[in-house]
Design a protein around this ligand. Sequence first.
Ligand SMILES: Nc1ncnc2c1ncn2[C@@H]1O[C@H](COP(=O)(O)OP(=O)(O)OP(=O)(O)O)[C@@H](O)[C@H]1O
Ligand SMILES: [Mg+2]
Length: 272
Amino acid sequence: MTAVSVQNLWKEYDGRVVLEHVSLEVAPHSFIALVGPSGCGKSTFLRMLLSAETPTRGQILVDGEQLPGEPTADRGVVFQRYSVFPHLTVLENVLIGLEFAASPLLGKLFGKARRKAREEAAGMLAAVGLGDFLALYPSQLSGGMQQRLAIAQALIKRPRVLLLDEPFGALDPGIRAEIHVLMLKLWRETRMTVFMVTHDLSEAFHLGTRVIAFDRPRNRPEERERYGATITHDLAIWPPKYPVADNETPPGGTTRPLDDAGAQPGRPGAGQ
Ligand SMILES: Nc1ncnc2c1ncn2[C@@H]1O[C@H](COP(=O)(O)OP(=O)(O)OP(=O)(O)O)[C@@H](O)[C@H]1O
Ligand SMILES: [Mg+2]
């Protein structure tokens, strides 16, 4: 189980502050739902957790260790669309992750190792309900099935942290409800720590153990460059979605809006 510590994180693009003062202690096995207006930096935050983007300042620790400078197998990711390879079958889409993990240069396994990897990939696909569709290509799948495939692809590498960027946003409500059930089941079984961006508040409250809202405390046009978004609300969801052992830290969060987070004196570096 994996704890994540985000310490005074800032992100600027060309001197324009997008995120500022983002600090967050995430208990192991949390399901963090991230919400906030379009453009406030939610995807940027996930990309920093993935190491696809470097913070301008501040740091992220995973189980006390600084994040590596590039994406690694311990952090999986699923996007709203285009997470899967269209030219590979369902089985190959999942197998490829195992092949590249075992053989980074060739991306191929042979003989017994390949048979074992196929079994593992097929098992993961069965777990997400795609066991009968191994030979199909993504274009032959529905949107919900493609997202199940993307989830299987992310989970096969057994990430400790799963990053989801509006993964269910394009799905019909019925399919979405089904995939929510699946997601909670996988989260419980794998004990992963999950960060999920969503525009859907009911989804955030349904899946999350903690709902974090990002927003810009100052949003006047002349302040847009100098002030970014930060955490404005941090809500622990109660009752918890999993039994909390006596010795386990609760998922954290407060049930009150944070104070005006942008009003601290001595703003280090806000575009200065
Ligand atoms: N590579 C980049 N270069 C310059 N600016 C960027 C870059 N990536 C993101 N931004 C800017 O950072 C801000 C935050 O973008 P981001 O995609 O993180 O927002 P978001 O909260 O995920 O929005 P949405 O809800 O629409 O997906 C935006 O103003 C965007 O234009
Ligand atoms: Mg986004």
